[in-house]
Ligand binder design. Sequence first.
Ligand SMILES: [Zn+2]
Ligand SMILES: [Zn+2]
Length: 259
Amino acid sequence: MFLVSTAITIGLGHSIGMHRVLIHRSFKTPRLVEYLLVWLGCLVGMAGPRGMIHTHDLRNWAQRQSACHPYFAHRYSFWDDAWKQMNCRIELASAPAFVLEERVARDPVYRWLEASWRWHQLGVAIVFFLIGGWSWVFWGVCLRVAVSLAGHWAVGHVAHRHGHQGWRVEGAAVQGYNWPLFAWITFGESWHANHHAFPGSARLGVEPGQCDPGWRVLQTMQRLGLASDLVTPQSLPHRDAVARVDPLKPHKSSEVSHA
Ligand SMILES: [Zn+2]
Ligand SMILES: [Zn+2]
Protein backbone atom coordinates (compact mmCIF):
# COMPACT_ATOMS: atom_id res chain seq x y z
CA MET A 1 0.00 0.00 0.00
CA PHE A 2 2.73 2.40 1.07
CA LEU A 3 5.06 1.54 -1.83
CA VAL A 4 2.37 1.68 -4.51
CA SER A 5 0.77 4.91 -3.31
CA THR A 6 4.18 6.56 -2.85
CA ALA A 7 5.38 5.45 -6.28
CA ILE A 8 2.25 6.82 -7.94
CA THR A 9 2.25 10.18 -6.15
CA ILE A 10 6.03 10.76 -6.17
CA GLY A 11 6.75 9.25 -9.59
CA LEU A 12 3.77 10.21 -11.72
CA GLY A 13 2.67 13.16 -9.58
CA HIS A 14 5.70 14.96 -8.23
CA SER A 15 8.45 14.06 -10.68
CA ILE A 16 6.51 13.87 -13.94
CA GLY A 17 3.45 16.02 -13.22
CA MET A 18 4.75 18.84 -11.07
CA HIS A 19 8.42 18.95 -11.97
CA ARG A 20 8.87 17.78 -15.56
CA VAL A 21 5.67 19.11 -17.08
CA LEU A 22 4.12 21.87 -14.94
CA ILE A 23 7.37 23.56 -13.88
CA HIS A 24 9.75 22.85 -16.75
CA ARG A 25 7.38 22.13 -19.66
CA SER A 26 9.82 19.48 -20.78
CA PHE A 27 7.24 17.51 -22.79
CA LYS A 28 3.77 17.95 -24.22
CA THR A 29 0.76 16.00 -23.04
CA PRO A 30 -3.03 16.35 -23.47
CA ARG A 31 -4.47 18.82 -20.97
CA LEU A 32 -6.52 16.16 -19.13
CA VAL A 33 -3.46 13.96 -18.63
CA GLU A 34 -1.56 16.98 -17.34
CA TYR A 35 -4.33 17.72 -14.82
CA LEU A 36 -4.28 14.13 -13.61
CA LEU A 37 -0.48 14.14 -13.17
CA VAL A 38 -0.50 17.49 -11.36
CA TRP A 39 -3.37 16.34 -9.15
CA LEU A 40 -1.32 13.29 -8.16
CA GLY A 41 1.52 15.73 -7.42
CA CYS A 42 -0.76 17.69 -5.08
CA LEU A 43 -1.38 14.47 -3.14
CA VAL A 44 2.31 14.35 -2.18
CA GLY A 45 1.29 17.00 0.34
CA MET A 46 3.83 19.71 -0.46
CA ALA A 47 1.90 22.47 -2.21
CA GLY A 48 -0.59 23.20 -4.95
CA PRO A 49 0.41 24.04 -8.54
CA ARG A 50 1.12 27.72 -7.89
CA GLY A 51 2.95 27.01 -4.64
CA MET A 52 5.16 24.39 -6.30
CA ILE A 53 6.12 26.67 -9.19
CA HIS A 54 6.82 29.56 -6.82
CA THR A 55 8.99 27.53 -4.44
CA HIS A 56 10.93 26.00 -7.32
CA ASP A 57 11.42 29.31 -9.16
CA LEU A 58 12.57 31.15 -6.06
CA ARG A 59 15.13 28.48 -5.16
CA ASN A 60 16.34 28.27 -8.75
CA TRP A 61 16.77 32.02 -8.94
CA ALA A 62 18.61 32.15 -5.59
CA GLN A 63 20.97 29.29 -6.48
CA ARG A 64 21.98 30.83 -9.79
CA GLN A 65 23.17 34.11 -8.25
CA SER A 66 26.86 34.59 -7.45
CA ALA A 67 26.03 34.45 -3.73
CA CYS A 68 23.19 32.50 -2.12
CA HIS A 69 21.45 32.53 1.27
CA PRO A 70 22.26 29.35 3.27
CA TYR A 71 18.55 28.45 3.35
CA PHE A 72 18.32 28.16 -0.43
CA ALA A 73 21.76 26.53 -0.64
CA HIS A 74 21.05 23.84 2.01
CA ARG A 75 24.20 24.99 3.79
CA TYR A 76 22.97 24.41 7.32
CA SER A 77 24.07 21.22 9.05
CA PHE A 78 21.83 18.14 8.66
CA TRP A 79 19.37 18.56 11.57
CA ASP A 80 19.37 22.34 11.41
CA ASP A 81 18.56 22.19 7.70
CA ALA A 82 15.85 19.57 8.33
CA TRP A 83 14.22 21.80 10.92
CA LYS A 84 14.41 24.98 8.85
CA GLN A 85 13.41 23.53 5.48
CA MET A 86 10.48 21.47 6.75
CA ASN A 87 9.14 23.73 9.50
CA CYS A 88 10.12 27.33 8.79
CA ARG A 89 9.39 29.91 6.16
CA ILE A 90 11.88 32.36 4.68
CA GLU A 91 10.78 35.95 4.23
CA LEU A 92 12.93 38.10 1.97
CA ALA A 93 13.13 41.85 2.49
CA SER A 94 13.06 42.40 -1.26
CA ALA A 95 11.93 39.22 -2.95
CA PRO A 96 12.12 39.03 -6.75
CA ALA A 97 8.79 39.58 -8.47
CA PHE A 98 6.97 36.34 -9.14
CA VAL A 99 4.74 36.37 -12.18
CA LEU A 100 2.93 33.11 -12.77
CA GLU A 101 2.67 32.15 -16.44
CA GLU A 102 -0.74 32.96 -17.93
CA ARG A 103 -1.35 29.35 -18.92
CA VAL A 104 -1.41 28.31 -15.27
CA ALA A 105 -2.64 31.57 -13.70
CA ARG A 106 -5.80 31.67 -15.80
CA ASP A 107 -6.54 27.96 -15.77
CA PRO A 108 -9.71 27.33 -13.74
CA VAL A 109 -8.66 23.78 -12.82
CA TYR A 110 -5.30 24.96 -11.46
CA ARG A 111 -6.95 27.80 -9.56
CA TRP A 112 -9.35 25.34 -8.00
CA LEU A 113 -6.51 22.89 -7.21
CA GLU A 114 -4.46 25.68 -5.63
CA ALA A 115 -7.35 26.65 -3.38
CA SER A 116 -8.30 23.12 -2.39
CA TRP A 117 -5.23 20.85 -2.68
CA ARG A 118 -4.98 20.16 1.07
CA TRP A 119 -8.53 18.84 1.17
CA HIS A 120 -7.98 16.32 -1.61
CA GLN A 121 -5.88 14.31 0.86
CA LEU A 122 -8.98 13.98 3.01
CA GLY A 123 -10.94 12.58 0.05
CA VAL A 124 -8.19 10.03 -0.55
CA ALA A 125 -8.15 9.15 3.16
CA ILE A 126 -11.91 8.56 3.18
CA VAL A 127 -11.75 6.31 0.10
CA PHE A 128 -8.81 4.37 1.60
CA PHE A 129 -10.67 4.04 4.91
CA LEU A 130 -13.76 2.64 3.19
CA ILE A 131 -11.67 0.07 1.31
CA GLY A 132 -9.03 -0.93 3.82
CA GLY A 133 -9.79 0.71 7.18
CA TRP A 134 -7.30 2.62 9.34
CA SER A 135 -4.31 0.58 8.20
CA TRP A 136 -4.77 1.85 4.63
CA VAL A 137 -5.12 5.41 5.92
CA PHE A 138 -1.95 5.02 8.00
CA TRP A 139 0.21 3.49 5.25
CA GLY A 140 -1.35 5.21 2.25
CA VAL A 141 -1.77 8.73 3.63
CA CYS A 142 -0.06 9.48 6.96
CA LEU A 143 3.19 7.58 6.51
CA ARG A 144 3.33 8.24 2.77
CA VAL A 145 3.06 12.03 3.20
CA ALA A 146 5.56 12.10 6.09
CA VAL A 147 8.14 9.98 4.22
CA SER A 148 7.61 11.90 0.96
CA LEU A 149 8.20 15.30 2.56
CA ALA A 150 11.18 14.15 4.63
CA GLY A 151 12.63 12.27 1.64
CA HIS A 152 12.21 15.29 -0.63
CA TRP A 153 14.10 17.43 1.84
CA ALA A 154 16.84 14.81 2.44
CA VAL A 155 17.54 14.37 -1.29
CA GLY A 156 17.55 18.15 -1.77
CA HIS A 157 19.96 18.49 1.15
CA VAL A 158 22.59 16.03 -0.10
CA ALA A 159 22.12 16.86 -3.79
CA HIS A 160 23.22 20.47 -3.22
CA ARG A 161 26.25 19.72 -1.05
CA HIS A 162 28.48 17.02 -2.51
CA GLY A 163 28.55 14.11 -4.91
CA HIS A 164 29.44 13.46 -8.53
CA GLN A 165 28.84 15.89 -11.36
CA GLY A 166 29.04 15.45 -15.08
CA TRP A 167 28.69 19.20 -15.50
CA ARG A 168 28.95 22.28 -13.37
CA VAL A 169 27.26 25.63 -13.86
CA GLU A 170 29.94 28.33 -13.83
CA GLY A 171 29.12 31.48 -11.89
CA ALA A 172 26.28 29.89 -9.91
CA ALA A 173 26.63 29.98 -6.12
CA VAL A 174 25.06 26.54 -5.73
CA GLN A 175 25.76 23.38 -7.70
CA GLY A 176 23.66 20.25 -8.07
CA TYR A 177 25.19 16.80 -7.49
CA ASN A 178 24.23 13.36 -8.74
CA TRP A 179 23.18 10.70 -6.20
CA PRO A 180 22.94 7.35 -8.04
CA LEU A 181 21.90 5.64 -4.78
CA PHE A 182 18.56 7.44 -4.81
CA ALA A 183 17.84 7.25 -8.54
CA TRP A 184 15.24 4.49 -8.23
CA ILE A 185 13.32 5.84 -5.28
CA THR A 186 13.30 9.40 -6.66
CA PHE A 187 12.28 8.30 -10.18
CA GLY A 188 15.49 9.82 -11.54
CA GLU A 189 15.26 13.16 -9.71
CA SER A 190 18.50 12.49 -7.82
CA TRP A 191 20.57 13.10 -11.00
CA HIS A 192 20.58 16.64 -9.76
CA ALA A 193 23.84 17.83 -11.34
CA ASN A 194 22.27 16.94 -14.69
CA HIS A 195 19.16 18.88 -13.78
CA HIS A 196 21.15 22.02 -12.88
CA ALA A 197 22.97 21.75 -16.20
CA PHE A 198 19.87 20.96 -18.32
CA PRO A 199 16.82 22.16 -16.37
CA GLY A 200 14.53 21.97 -19.40
CA SER A 201 15.31 18.31 -20.12
CA ALA A 202 12.58 15.71 -19.58
CA ARG A 203 15.36 13.16 -19.20
CA LEU A 204 17.31 13.42 -15.94
CA GLY A 205 19.57 10.36 -16.12
CA VAL A 206 21.30 11.54 -19.28
CA GLU A 207 24.55 9.57 -19.28
CA PRO A 208 24.91 5.89 -20.13
CA GLY A 209 24.03 3.72 -17.14
CA GLN A 210 22.10 6.42 -15.25
CA CYS A 211 18.72 4.89 -14.49
CA ASP A 212 15.79 7.26 -14.80
CA PRO A 213 12.44 5.53 -14.16
CA GLY A 214 10.55 8.78 -14.83
CA TRP A 215 12.07 8.94 -18.30
CA ARG A 216 11.04 5.31 -18.93
CA VAL A 217 7.47 6.23 -17.98
CA LEU A 218 7.60 9.19 -20.38
CA GLN A 219 8.87 6.97 -23.19
CA THR A 220 5.97 4.59 -22.53
CA MET A 221 3.53 7.51 -22.51
CA GLN A 222 5.02 8.65 -25.81
CA ARG A 223 4.44 5.20 -27.31
CA LEU A 224 0.82 5.35 -26.13
CA GLY A 225 0.35 8.79 -27.65
CA LEU A 226 0.10 10.45 -24.22
CA ALA A 227 3.34 12.46 -24.43
CA SER A 228 5.22 14.16 -27.25
CA ASP A 229 8.09 16.60 -27.88
CA LEU A 230 10.20 15.18 -25.07
CA VAL A 231 13.06 17.61 -24.46
CA THR A 232 16.57 16.18 -23.98
CA PRO A 233 19.93 17.94 -23.46
CA GLN A 234 20.59 17.49 -27.19
CA SER A 235 17.50 19.50 -28.12
CA LEU A 236 18.24 22.34 -25.67
CA PRO A 237 20.16 25.45 -26.73
CA HIS A 238 23.82 25.53 -25.74
CA ARG A 239 24.62 27.29 -22.43
CA ASP A 240 28.08 28.81 -22.14
CA ALA A 241 27.99 28.55 -18.34
CA VAL A 242 27.70 24.74 -18.41
CA ALA A 243 31.15 23.16 -18.21
CA ARG A 244 31.95 19.44 -18.45
CA VAL A 245 33.71 18.01 -15.40
CA ASP A 246 34.97 14.52 -14.60
CA PRO A 247 31.82 12.50 -13.76
CA LEU A 248 33.84 9.91 -11.83
CA LYS A 249 35.40 12.38 -9.42
CA PRO A 250 33.40 13.43 -6.31
CA HIS A 251 32.95 17.17 -5.85
CA LYS A 252 31.96 19.21 -2.85
CA SER A 253 30.33 22.59 -2.41
CA SER A 254 33.08 24.99 -1.26
CA GLU A 255 30.93 26.67 1.38
CA VAL A 256 29.33 23.62 2.98
CA SER A 257 29.51 23.58 6.77
CA HIS A 258 29.61 20.20 8.46
CA ALA A 259 29.06 21.66 11.90
ZN1 LIG B 1 18.86 22.13 -7.29
ZN1 LIG C 1 13.63 21.83 -11.67
